[in-house]
Design a protein around this ligand. Structure first.
Ligand code: ASP
Length: 347
């Protein structure tokens, strides 16, 4: 990601008060407000700026979540857009989805050589009777809509990562956690996570930009775009383009997006499950927590090997998040500014 993830640890030095890992209460999460946009990881700070250009002018949440994540698709990072890490055969394949306030949705998966998969997903939503297009068909559709075919050459950093990966060619997802101060972590699995969770080449091997927004008219929308898991099997599709798993929006309730090990988000229909908990009256954070805990109970001791995170925004503009492990953060932009919030976590 363009912004070093280590940067967020020093939030207190940026003047953000009331911050502890498990006891943090953010003002905006209590006093819901609109417009508001929230997005995953520190890359969300830049993405939010793109979305805010739309929201601050009274634009729609749908336009905002498309424009916002396009910013990240344009950046070179391990895990989003054409500059990202390839699959094990050396090809970058992209997944994306978008959903508006009226249950309209569109997605693309296993899409190659197209710069803005999120915009192709929007075209699928708006110009076809379908929800999802994949692979060659998705690319063909994109070209028919005026998108151009980009080079299949890897970015310099992806090339380097791929070369490093080829030395061993083993597929073992490395969870994207970054250990916090041992004093504040509450994990009984602490010892398991003492080793740095970066790959030896300094890259993470999965991540996603997911974004949900509430516009001035009170409408919600969401978007999600990723290259999925780096060095994945060719043809692998994660949760991000699957409506109900990586992304879900119900305008009467809230909007949710996921990041982390996609397979484990899919098996619990993650984003949709979080929305349903909010429908039952749970706060965004509590709704995210319940689904993360469900995944943890399914995975048992294997939960140590994966990261799963959700961010949620309800109809009132209240937001929250929850992750399986520490190290996840999300960016929140309101009229009060754009800031990074560290997520609560399970273990
Ligand atoms: N959820 C994405 C996938 O599994 C990756 C991530 O967000 O880290 O494809």
């Amino acid at each position: 990601m363009s912004i070093n993830r280590r940067g967020f640890i020093n939030l207190t030095s940026l003047g953000i008060a009331g911050f502890t890992l498990q006891g943090f209460v953010d003002k905006a999460s209590i006093n819901g407000q609109k417009p508001i946009v929230i997005s995953t990881w520190d890359a969300g700070l830049n993405a939010n700026k793109g979305a805010w250009e739309v929201l601050s002018k009274g634009g729609t949440a749908l336009d905002a979540v498309e424009k916002g994540v396009m910013v990240t698709e344009d950046e070179i990072s391990c895990c989003v857009g054409l500059g990202a890490n390839p699959d094990r055969d050396g090809y970058v394949t992209l997944d994306a989805s978008i959903m508006d306030h009226e249950f309209n949705c569109g997605s693309v998966a296993f899409l190659e050589q197209i710069k803005h998969p999120i915009s192709v997903a929007r075209k699928v939503m708006e110009k076809t009777p379908h929800v999802m297009l994949v692979g060659e068909g998705a690319q063909q559709f994109a070209l028919s809509q005026g998108f151009t075919l980009e080079s299949s050459k890897l970015s310099d950093s992806a090339e380097q990562s791929y070369k490093n990966w080829l030395k061993k060619s083993t597929y073992k997802p490395v969870i994207n956690v970054e250990r916090q101060s041992p004093k504040t972590a509450t994990s009984q699995l602490e010892d398991k996570f003492k080793a740095p969770a970066r790959l030896s080449n300094g890259e993470w091997n999965h991540d996603t930009i997911g974004m949900v927004a509430l516009d001035a008219n009170g409408n919600l929308s969401g978007s999600c775009t990723t290259s999925g898991a780096g060095f994945k099997l060719r043809g692998r599709v994660g949760d991000s383009p699957i409506i109900g798993a990586g992304l879900y929006v119900d305008n009467e309730v809230g909007a949710v997006v996921a990041t982390g090990q996609g397979e484990d988000v899919i098996r619990v229909a993650g984003a949709s499950a979080v929305v349903e908990h909010m429908r039952q009256g749970k706060s965004p954070q509590e709704a995210c927590r319940l689904v993360v805990e469900k995944i943890r109970s399914i995975k048992k001791e294997k939960a140590a090997d994966i990261q799963v995170c959700f961010i949620a925004l309800n109809k009132n503009g209240e937001h929250g998040s929850y992750a399986l492990h520490s190290g996840f953060n999300y960016a929140v932009h309101t009229t009060e500014g754009n800031k990074l919030i560290e997520s609560h976590f399970s273990v």
